[in-house]
Design a protein around this ligand. Structure first.
Ligand SMILES: [Fe+2]
Length: 356
């Protein structure tokens, strides 16, 4: 059992013991599953902390998302461990094991090609330890960039190359001191310059390791350029930024905003997608941003929603043919495909739960 502040309470948690109000009256029975309307009632009753048990409901949701998973859980975990080893070696001696890079990129590419369909769940690696951010972020950016590429008809060797470029996009950060990397505060001007230079360090590292493909280098060096020319290091604009740079920029921002960091909480994928859409043609290339919506939908998996019939549910897969009508697991109910149930629609976006 854990005591959780009500502000952290989420759908999927189960009440571990009876919750009483100040008069001793039981207002919530042991075993009750939390949802947004219960959280609202508890708030009104002046309850600030609740006892909860592990989240059985999330494992039920996992079973549903796995049916549409574009990468298997086993492959995600396996490749995560490979990414970790790759970066740890790189941190030690500046050596990039190219065979491992190709092995990881090929394995993810193969899963994406075999499992890509109209109903999609994209599993990403959840950050569990701040020190491991670079590893999970690199893997996630590789997966997202590959999806954006597939949505834009990029195939074969070019798809493999963008996966490689995305996996290595932040290798330059291994040259940035840890105090700057993990600073739980805004950086000073000088620290910011060092941080920004990670794209240059990354390009150098890649060249030193005989990675000479100019598209791969472009993704590493230009993933912080912005469509309107306000990015770094060169301040390049629009299509002067390499295609890989423009794709990885979107994947990078999506994963960074949805992840928890030492200085900020995670944004929900719904909020992040809205942010990226709002900044199309300012920060991001619209064509590739559209690919993000195609793959994740407007309401990515894990988004808690309410329907026009009052029911609550959780999105378990996007629907590539209809971005605002995903597959939803109704609480205590069945899966509803909104692209078939035309009388139903999403009226409210609530919380978000991470399904890995
Ligand atoms: Fe970066």
């Amino acid at each position: 059992m854990k005591i959780v502040p009500l502000s952290k309470a989420k759908y999927g948690m189960v009440i571990a013991m009876d919750v009483r109000d100040t008069t001793g009256r039981v207002i919530l029975k042991k075993g009750t599953e939390i949802n947004e309307s219960i959280i609202y009632l508890l708030k009104k009753a002046g309850i600030f902390n609740i006892p909860i048990n592990s989240t059985k409901i999330v494992s039920d949701l996992k079973k549903e998302t796995e049916k549409h998973g574009v990468i298997s859980k086993e492959n995600l975990d396996l490749n995560y461990n490979k990414v970790k080893d790759l970066f740890k070696n790189l941190e030690n001696d500046g050596h990039i094991d190219i065979d491992t890079v190709i092995d990881i990129a090929s394995s993810i590419k193969e899963d994406l090609e075999n499992n890509y369909s109209d109903k999609l769940f994209v599993p990403l690696k959840k950050l569990r330890d701040f020190d491991e951010y670079l590893y999970s972020h690199s893997l996630n950016v590789m997966i997202i960039s590959s999806l954006l590429a597939i949505e834009n008809k990029i195939i074969d060797d070019e798809l493999l190359n963008i996966s490689i470029s995305a996996l290595l996009h932040d290798i330059g950060k291994t040259k940035v001191p840890k105090e700057i990397m993990n600073a739980p505060r805004p950086l000073t001007g000088e620290e910011m310059n060092i941080m920004r230079n990670h794209v240059l360090y990354g390009k150098k590292l890649a060249l030193e390791n005989n990675l000479k493909d100019e598209n791969i280098i472009g993704g590493i060096y230009e993933h912080h350029e912005r469509y309107d020319g306000k990015g770094y290091l060169e301040g390049k604009k629009g299509s002067y930024i390499t295609k890989f740079g423009r794709i990885i920029a979107i994947a990078d921002v999506y994963d960074a905003l949805t992840s928890v960091r030492s200085y900020k909480g995670p944004w929900t994928p719904y909020k992040t997608i809205s942010f990226i859409l709002t900044n199309v043609e300012k920060q991001f290339d619209g064509t590739f941003a559209q690919g993000l919506i195609n793959a994740f939908g407007i309401y990515p998996a894990g988004t808690r929603v309410q329907l026009n019939n009052g029911q609550f549910g959780t999105v378990v897969a996007s629907n590539r043919a209809n971005k605002i009508r995903p597959l939803i697991k109704i609480d205590h109910g069945d899966i509803v495909d909104l692209s078939e149930e035309k009388s139903l629609r999403i009226t409210k976006v609530l919380d978000y739960i991470y399904i890995e």
